[in-house]
Design a binder for this molecule. Structure first.
Ligand code: UD1
Ligand code: CA
Length: 447
């Protein structure tokens, strides 16, 4: 059965108290919206439509950044969840499979749960994802008669008996396209909020003799983010799961509670991660690599046998081949370090290629930026870059070449050559003592 997704993401998220639309707040390095899109993407949907409203341009850009094929429609006025779904209708013209509706602020729904909903759809016109709420608060209540879902009652419209129900609506709904559109057409806004409720499609379906049911999942999956406190709780839940998963996958974490993963971090078996390592998005680490304490990695690849840190920063485009060593207070950006290369102390290597087994001395900097343009530094294999070398890019240092300590390299260095680019030392015997004596005499005179 083919499937399409509608992701509702038009709401302002007033309780976030933010200039940023709620669904663009980040969880594990990705917008909340992307988490919802990822969950749905596991069903290999034919089409995905994001309904944007508040900050529609930014929301649309974030959606397309994750999936260029996504369609973004704008709900100019937020008149309710059914109205939001109706905005996706034109974009889904001609689609005739199941439609699954997700919320952009609900990041943890699992693909397995969505698959169970789709399976239940084979026997029911409408399938709603419900959960037993520890504190049902203001959620919509699911009114069941055995297996049959009779209707959903919003908190604002519920009487005391209905409010006593603890089985709540997560907001995720699945229905086949033709049925959905005809039900949506029948939804009115005569209720406490004056909104078009998507939840009303259940009662309408039942009145038409169609069947509806609920599939349930643990409350943790349906956690929606409404406040900054919810966002922090969601982050904690994500990290707890990611740490447990890494341990199970055979990764050593010395102090798991201090390591923060991104939504897409990939770590190989037998990698070792010391305390306080932080992952931004787009990091892959191969088996057996060692990430030492307080290192920060983003958009980079670390190959088997490499060691990073302590206190290293790998920025987007850093590619470390096997057995590369990157040591303390070293920053690498958009640079390839070939097998066995070493940059062990206090360096910045940006927009560069460093050849195999090359040693980059302490304090070396690739001066890659002239204030307007970025330029590349290319260093060959088996080269030796002396401590405190400034490599003024664009510049090339050949295989087996050396630069002298303190050199400012502005011209290419051929293979096998030694480049010395610093002032010659002048040593004056006795001058230091003489100079000191004069300074002390001046001080004694009260200067
Ligand atoms: C909704 C459900 C409720 C459920 C709860 C779960 C309805 C009527 N109620 O209530 O049964 O228990 O979610 O969290 O569906 N949105 C739009 N356009 C709109 C209105 C909402 O895109 O016009 C989006 C919001 O951005 C949000 C989602 O839909 O992502 C849910 O809207 P929200 O207003 O938070 O619904 P609730 O009142 O929480
Ligand atoms: Ca909500």
């Amino acid at each position: 059965m083919s499937v399409a997704l509608i992701i509702l993401a038009a709401g302002q998220g007033t309780r976030m108290n933010s200039d940023t639309p709620k669904v663009l707040h980040r969880l594990a390095g990705a917008p909340l919206l992307v988490h919802a899109m990822k969950a749905g993407a596991a069903l290999a949907p034919d089409r995905t439509v994001v309904v944007a409203g508040t900050g529609a341009e930014a929301v649309g850009a974030a959606a397309r950044d994750w999936d260029p094929e996504v369609q973004v429609v704008v709900q100019a006025e937020q008149l309710g969840t059914a109205h939001a779904v109706a905005q996706a209708r034109a974009a889904l013209e001609g689609f005739s499979g199941d439609i699954i509706m997700l919320y952009g602020d609900t990041p943890f729904v699992t693909p397995e749960t969505l698959e169970r909903m789709q399976a239940a759809r084979a026997h029911h016109a409408v399938v709603v994802l419900g959960f037993e709420a520890a504190d049902p608060a203001r959620y919509g209540r699911l009114v069941m008669a055995g297996e049959v879902l009779e209707r959903i009652v919003e908190f604002k419209d519920a009487d005391a008996a209905t409010r006593a129900i603890t089985l709540c609506n997560s907001g995720v709904v699945c229905a086949d396209a033709a049925t959905l559109w005809s039900l949506i057409d029948a939804v009115g806004n005569d209720n406490a909020a004056g909104e078009y409720y998507l939840t009303d499609i259940v009662g309408i379906a039942r009145a038409q003799g169609l069947s509806a049911t609920a599939v349930t999942c643990p409350e943790a999956e349906t956690l929606g983010v409404n406040t900054r406190a919810d966002l922090a709780a969601a982050e904690a839940a994500f990290q707890a799961r990611a740490r447990a998963q890494a341990l199970e996958d055979g990764v050593t974490l010395t102090a798991p509670e201090t390591v923060f993963f991104a939504h897409d971090t990939v770590i190989g078996r037998d990698a070792v991660i010391e305390p306080n390592v932080i992952f931004g998005p787009g990091v892959t680490v191969e088996s057996g690599a060692i990430l030492r304490a307080f290192s920060h990695l983003e958009g980079c690849h670390v190959s088997a046998g490499a060691t990073v840190g302590p206190f290293a920063r790998l920025r987007p485009g850093a590619e470390l081949a096997e057995n590369v060593h990157v040591g303390n207070f070293v920053e690498i950006k958009n640079a390839q370090l070939a097998e066995g290369a070493k940059v062990n102390h206090l360096s910045y290597i940006g927009d560069a290629d460093v050849g195999a087994r090359t040693n980059v001395g302490a304090g070396t900097i690739t001066c890659n930026y002239d204030g307007v343009f970025k330029h590349r530094t290319t260093i060959g294999a088996d080269a030796f870059i002396g401590s405190d070398t400034m490599l003024v890019a664009p510049v090339t240092v050949g295989d087996r070449a050396m630069t002298a300590t303190g050199a400012v390299i502005t011209e290419d260095v051929p293979a096998g050559a030694m480049a010395i680019a610093r002032a010659r030392q002048v040593t004056k015997p006795g001058l230091a003592e003489k100079f000191m004596k004069r300074l002390k005499a001046l001080k004694a005179k009260g200067h």
